[in-house]
Design a protein around this ligand. Structure first.
Ligand code: 9RB
Ligand code: ZN
Length: 377
């Protein structure tokens, strides 16, 4: 049993993404009927309830989030962008969009997004002080698509990036970000693209979102060359491909980099029932991947592994993926098992394809560019 921190707050469920029809903002005269935005509270509420009802919550160290300050946000974002989110979220009924047309700002979302980033900050602080070994912040809005100057793909502030800078401020200078959300962690990559003190590794569905982003040739620039890694797996990739990518790319990259802290952009939308991607992971896959990452953290950085919730939109399956993840993070199990395990067993047995193996090998070829000797900021 490890000491595992857990951050949650009801306000995370109050981030109001409005009446989009799934992804598309409602536009009745254009024939887009109002509905429920796909990034809504339901999956997250069900995750939290399952963590509680399973008994796991009682084994965690509950940590209260606070709002990230403007000074903390502007380590990552430009000041005018932070002010834009503030101004828009003060409008009655919220207002506008954070940048790409797919990132609604609800009333009060500025404060809620600051509470999300601040939840990660508090976990990183607790890990740096050895109050916890590892931790999970079940937050929304998500963050990994947000760049320094623009929101994107439902993301307002890049909480993971803010947490990485906070860790460095506390003296954890070498930070590795692993992102297994089904979509490319483009915002985090862009923020640290020329910075060799932050290694970003994204496993995602090739060509999914953002469009034309997250290819293996995106490998960092300038001093940061080699410190951005991408594994764009073909649609339909599942257990075998992700585990192979963990063994061939993620773990050796972490071993070479020797981080002081591992951050995880923890999306569950590579799960087999997810509506926003076409990957085939099961709760057992997330358990196995988590076991590997926990092992790397214990080997390299005193177990320090802090996860931020990102995507994951199947209200009925995501909670079992999240529970498996969190059980493994805490080094325990509960009486709750994946009720769909028998249904997904066939998916999980799908073997590695030559295409998957080829792209993983392409990413692995870039590993020698990672040096442990590069001085951190
Ligand atoms: C549409 C476009 C998307 C597609 C996927 C996401 C997933 C985010 C996530 C967000 C926005 C584009 C509907 C481009 O879960 N990240 O982790 N928007 N996609 N153009 N159009 C018309
Ligand atoms: Zn995603």
């Amino acid at each position: 049993m490890r000491t595992t921190g857990y951050v949650f707050h009801p306000e995370y469920l109050w981030h109001d993404t409005g009446t989009s029809a799934g992804l598309m903002p409602a536009h009745p005269t254009a024939g887009i009927q109002p509905a429920v935005h796909i990034e809504n509270p339901e999956a997250k509420r069900r995750i939290h309830e399952l963590i509680h009802a399973s008994g796991l919550l009682g084994e965690l160290v509950v940590i209260e989030p606070r709002r990230a300050t403007v000074a903390e946000l502007t380590r990552v974002h430009i000041d005018t962008y932070v002010q834009h989110i503030k101004t828009q979220s003060e409008l009655r009924g919220g207002g506008g969009d954070a940048g790409d047309g797919f990132s609604p700002i609800g009333r009060g979302s500025y404060d809620i997004a600051r509470l999300a980033a601040g939840g990660l900050i508090e976990l990183v602080t607790a890990a740096a002080q050895d109050d916890i070994t590892n931790g999970y912040a079940l937050v929304r809005p998500p963050g990994h698509h947000a760049t320094a100057a623009q929101g994107m793909g439902f993301c307002l502030f890049n909480s993971i990036a803010v947490a990485a800078r906070h860790a460095q401020h506390l003296g954890l200078t070498r930070v590795a970000v692993v992102d297994w959300d089904a979509h490319h962690g483009n915002g985090t990559q862009a923020i640290f693209n020329d910075d060799p003190s932050v290694l970003t590794i994204s496993l995602h569905q090739a060509g999914c979102f953002p469009p034309d982003s997250g290819w293996t040739h995106e490998n960092g620039i300038g001093d940061g060359l080699g410190y951005a890694l991408n594994v764009p797996l073909p649609p339909g990739s599942g257990h075998a491909a992700y585990l192979h990518a963990m063994h061939q790319v993620v773990l050796p990259a972490l071993d070479r980099f020797a981080p002081d802290l591992i951050l995880l952009a923890n999306g569950f939308d590579a799960g087999v029932f997810d509506p926003l991607a076409r990957q085939m992971l099961t709760a057992a896959s997330f358990r196995d991947m988590t076991r590997l990452l926990v092992g790397a953290a214990e080997r390299l950085c005193h177990g320090r592994l802090i996860a931020a919730h990102e995507g994951g939109y199947s209200p009925f399956y995501t909670p079992y993926c999240a529970l498996a993840f969190l059980e493994e993070l805490a080094g325990t199990t509960t009486h709750v098992t994946d009720p769909l395990a028998a249904v997904v067993a066939g998916y999980a047995a799908e073997p590695l394809t030559p295409q998957q193996e080829a792209v993983i090998e392409e990413a692995a070829q870039l590993l020698p560019r990672i040096q442990t000797t590069v001085a951190a900021s």
